[in-house]
Design a protein around this ligand. Structure first.
Ligand SMILES: [Fe+2]
Length: 399
């Protein structure tokens, strides 16, 4: 990117940072028990809810905890269990129709980012009407969605606390975010029992998604004291617990810490944003329908290699804070240690170094999509133009 383009992008980044400073940020209230869930719904006269989840979560019996609490309290509910791993327009429209036809008054999401994002978008359509694409991008949602309670069942997306919902247009393959303060759920409940049967691969890759949120938020230019602290604490919890929870799936303490890490990373990036790693993962995920955390895990070390000269001080701070670096080292040495740790982690999770699904002929389109998402929205430490993105796609593509 040439100097004039960079100045233009940085001015946009700065203008957005000022706008964000003026926004009244919201976060969900954390519930601590199922009786608090019932009280929260009853207080709002919500006696009929739509539960949004997916077939696997239902088969593992994870919806049962919530269903039992609602049954006991006499609160009616309807289950919508068809959310896809990359939630589609059809998922959202089906969920909206079920919500309206059953006279629901509130939403409960039980699942990972896909379920929560689908649930948020159902909520947007219920109170705002219109089509999904009307709300694409920043701050297009005008009315609050119905009361929503989020129960995360993975260790990574942080969607229970973020302003974003990512939806995939299954016809065009485009995956895009809806970003608005109005889509932050009213309540969240971090129940580690919901992670009990999470397959190790999903635990690992969603955890790597949380790590990507924390690192991208920390390295971005638009940070606050709070978001930097959230991001660093999330990285430390991930360093101390992700591998432990992967090796031993019954280690509920590690899983509980990962839920906290995911929540903190969500709070960091909802204010300080994600970056180029996500811009690439979204484009590839939309095109080839691949899991988001899996893609972030592979892409993250490649991008950090490109950042390390410009962002070495901040990368060093992360490395020292989580214990993979040392204050005795130079910034660049610590930055490299951070990258090496991430690569080692990926190896332990049996993740590849490159992405075999990327097709050479798709690269110009993927690069354009990533560029459109990242520029000028994300205040990344290094800015890429379309040609830079093309080069990156060639370097992460398996030959
Ligand atoms: Fe993510």
């Amino acid at each position: 990117m040439n100097i004039f383009q960079k100045i233009g992008v940085r001015i946009c980044n700065y203008a957005l940072a000022v706008a964000e400073y003026l926004i009244k940020w919201r976060e969900p209230r954390l519930l601590k028990s199922y009786s608090e869930l019932v009280d929260a719904l009853t207080l709002r006269e919500i006696d009929n809810v739509l539960i949004v989840s997916d077939q696997n979560i239902y088969k593992f019996g994870l919806t049962q905890y919530i269903e039992n609490a609602l049954n006991k309290a006499g609160i009616k509910y309807t289950l919508y269990l068809d959310v896809s791993p990359n939630p589609t327009f059809k998922n959202v429209y089906d969920g909206r129709d079920i919500y309206i036809n059953n006279n629901c008054k509130g939403l409960i999401a039980i699942g990972g980012g896909s379920v929560m994002d689908c649930c948020k978008t159902i909520g947007v359509l219920v109170t705002n009407n219109g089509k999904i694409e009307d709300y694409k991008g920043l701050f297009k949602v005008h009315h609050n969605m119905p009361t929503m309670v989020a129960f995360p069942t993975t260790s990574g997306t942080g969607s229970e606390t973020t302003v974003a919902a990512v939806i995939r247009n299954e016809v065009t393959g485009e995956k895009f975010p809806i970003e608005s303060i109005k889509v932050v759920p009213k309540f969240a409940y971090l129940d580690d029992r919901l992670l009990k049967d999470l397959p190790p691969f999903v635990f690992a890759t969603t955890g790597m998604d949380a790590l990507t949120h924390a690192i991208e938020a920390f390295l971005n230019h638009d940070t606050t004291h709070k978001t930097r602290k959230y991001a660093l604490d999330a990285c430390k919890l991930i360093k101390d617990n992700l591998e432990a929870g992967y090796i031993n799936k019954d280690n509920l303490e590690a899983k509980s810490h990962m839920l906290t890490a995911s929540f903190l990373a969500g709070k960091a990036f909802t204010r300080s944003m994600v970056g180029n790693v996500h811009a690439i993962a979204h484009a590839i995920g939309g095109k080839y329908n691949l899991p988001h955390g899996y893609l972030n895990a592979i892409i993250l070390p490649h991008i950090l290699e490109l950042y390390k000269n410009n962002a070495k001080k901040k990368m060093s701070i992360i490395a020292v804070y989580i214990g993979v670096g040392s204050e005795k080292n130079t910034y660049i040495e610590n930055a490299q240690l951070l990258i090496d740790w991430i690569k080692e982690l990926n190896k332990k999770f049996a993740l590849p170094e490159k992405i075999k699904e990327i097709q050479k002929e798709d690269i110009p389109h993927l690069a354009r999509t990533s560029y459109k998402e990242a520029v000028p929205l994300y205040p990344c430490p290094v800015l890429f133009n379309k040609a830079d993105f093309e080069k990156i796609y060639h370097s992460i593509k398996e030959n």
